[in-house]
Design a protein around this ligand. Structure first.
Ligand SMILES: Nc1ncnc2c1ncn2[C@@H]1O[C@H](COP(=O)(O)OP(=O)(O)OP(=O)(O)O)[C@@H](O)[C@H]1O
Length: 221
């Protein structure tokens, strides 16, 4: 699902450089990404999603070398293939929770919003305890509620690849387990690959494998 070879990335302004000699994640694998703050874990997820492009090296995701696609095709690839739970949620302020969950269907013609999708969105919201908050805008939601909206949005399209950046970070222990159960259940149901950044080492035994960023060469200026 993910193949990185001699991957180099540096922010244009300088200051930080990430080097990953080799990283291979098989389809259906559930991989946790750990490592100290600022070592590039979010950067890796952004590279895998094609939000950032490597300066050098090769990155193939779902048999597609993202750097070879036009911006429009890379965006379409991302919407169709990847569910991304962003660390800061990236919800749209002027949309309700329900509209945020269905957001992928607003921004592309390649996904069809029909009754089945709407009921899937409602089921996901119910599974994370958000049924009574669907009419609210993000400003009227708690951090943990926003995070659960972001999780529903990432799952609603049944993506082949789930990228989760601290997806359980703002949740209480019960919700943490519930969300993780949901992520794993969805990944299993769709045969999806899960790449999840976490600082919560208690969760690591639930994953097939752990990638530790301490092993990669990163440099902060
Ligand atoms: N737009 C940017 N321009 C320059 N440097 C940046 C930019 N965005 C992030 N960085 C730097 O890149 C480095 C890696 O950031 P990244 O967010 O990938 O780390 P992380 O491992 O996910 O950290 P955390 O665990 O704290 O979320 C950091 O040193 C950060 O300051």
């Amino acid at each position: 699902m993910i193949r990185a070879e001699h991957l180099h990335f540096a922010h244009p302004g300088g200051g930080f450089r990430l080097e990953i000699p080799h990283l291979n994640v098989e389809a259906g694998e559930r991989v946790a990404v750990v490592g100290p703050s600022g070592t590039g874990k979010t950067t890796l997820l952004n590279l895998v999603a094609g939000i950032l492009l490597p300066g050098r090296g090769r990155l193939v995701v779902h048999d597609t070398e993202l750097a070879r696609l036009s911006d429009a095709r890379r965006r379409a690839f991302r919407i169709n293939t990847i569910g991304f739970i962003f660390q800061n949620f990236e919800l749209v302020d002027y949309l309700t929770a329900a509209e945020n969950i269905l957001y992928p269907y607003r921004i592309t013609d390649s996904l069809q919003l029909d009754r089945a999708v709407r009921s899937r969105a409602e089921e996901l919201a119910a599974a994370v305890g958000l049924s009574d908050k669907l009419g609210r805008k993000p400003s009227a939601l708690s951090q943990g509620e926003k995070q659960r909206v972001a999780i529903c949005r990432a799952l609603v399209t049944r993506p082949a690849l789930l990228l989760a950046d601290e997806a359980t970070g703002n949740l209480d222990p019960d919700n943490k387990e519930l969300i993780l159960d949901l992520l794993f259940a969805q990944a299993a149901a769709e045969g999806a690959t899960l790449l999840a950044v976490t600082h919560d080492h208690a969760l690591l035994p639930r994953f097939d494998r752990v990638v530790d960023f301490a092993a990669f060469r990163t440099r902060a200026a």
